[in-house]
Ligand binder design. Structure first.
Ligand code: AP5
Length: 274
């Protein structure tokens, strides 16, 4: 397992550099997109995938929350974006494309990436495709995690996050060792502002209207892999690769035979580009 990259270049943008850049295992870096309703577990899977693949977890929600914490010198456009986020609405495509477009170097990072929360609209997917051409890289696969709504809502209501290292917990399903305290950095855990019940309802509606059409968009390009998201995070992680091997994107183990060992080394896998 590799040390978690600090993602400073992604979170801050501009001239920021990562203090501990990724140190991926030998092989081609993986470039993945995770889709799924709010709270289905994308961030949890992104962390598992990144720690095993040596890739970087690129979450657009984390960029916005980092900007919110930074306060002060915020443009009016960014202030409006943060207000939208707190209400559970989508931030405008224009702002999101500025934020991701200026972080193109993160997309060509040697460790590869797991994009979580972007794209969220067909317009964003089209722009991502253009940015990737500009950066000279290709997507390997798009995983879409699927779960019934009531289970998703219970995941969101019990979620607690660390404001320092961004680790994610659940009150009952993934509790920290000491109640309310982050296992990794010792900070007091908090509840996200957009995890209130009324905001959750808005986020679900927005997902169905704006983000679900993306499934068809990626399916048409042979990249979509649908993954049932029930069970423990480790079970879903293993299922991610199992589903991948039988779907059109054609993820196959390179000289390996079975699922990546739970808690084991990063799997050596090949993607077949469509
Ligand atoms: P973002 O931060 O991307 O949030 P999201 O997509 O709504 O997803 P979440 O982070 O809420 O959930 P998740 O699927 O990552 O679940 P998690 O792993 O934490 O975006 C926030 C906002 O920013 C958006 O609403 C929007 O306003 C704005 N935004 C961001 N990107 C944008 C874009 N591209 N365009 C426009 N606007 C944008 O898990 C949830 C809980 O379940 C946790 O407590 C976890 O511990 C638990 N859990 C996870 N897996 C399991 C399991 N298998 N079993 C039991 N519990 C589990």
């Amino acid at each position: 397992m590799t040390k978690k990259p600090d993602r400073m270049a992604w979170l801050r943008g501009g001239d920021a550099h990562c203090g501990n850049p990724p140190n991926p295992p030998p092989g081609t870096p993986w470039r993945l997109v995770l889709l799924g309703a709010p709270g289905v577990g994308k961030g949890t899977q992104a962390d598992l995938l990144c720690s095993r693949l040596g890739a970087c977890h690129l979450s657009t929600g984390d960029i916005l929350r980092a900007a919110d914490c930074a306060g002060k010198d915020r443009s009016p456009a960014l202030s409006a974006a943060l207000a939208s986020m707190k209400q559970g609405a989508l931030v405008s495509d224009e702002i999101m494309l500025d934020l991701v477009g200026e972080r193109g170097r993160c997309l060509r990072c040697c460790g590869g990436f797991v994009l979580d929360g972007f794209p969220r609209t067909v317009a964003q997917a089209e722009s991502l495709a253009r940015i990737m051409v500009r950066e000279g890289v290709e997507l390997d696969a798009v995983f879409s995690y699927e779960l019934p709504l009531d289970e998703i809502v219970s995941r969101l209501e019990g979620r607690r996050v660390c404001p320092g290292c961004k680790a994610v917990y659940h009150l009952t399903m993934q509790p920290p060792q000491r109640a309310g305290i982050c296992d990794a950095c010792g900070k007091q855990l908090i509840q996200r502002e957009d995890d209130k019940p009324e905001t959750i309802r808005t986020r679900m509606r927005v997902y169905q209207e704006s983000t679900q059409p993306l499934l068809e968009w990626y399916a048409q390009r042979g990249l979509l892999i649908q993954v049932p998201a029930f069970g423990t995070p480790e079970q879903i992680y293993v299922r991610t690769w199992t589903c991948g091997r039988s779907e059109p994107a054609g993820l196959t183990p390179a000289g390996g035979d079975g699922d990546p060992a739970v808690g084991g080394e990063a799997p050596a896998l090949h993607a077949r580009h469509p």
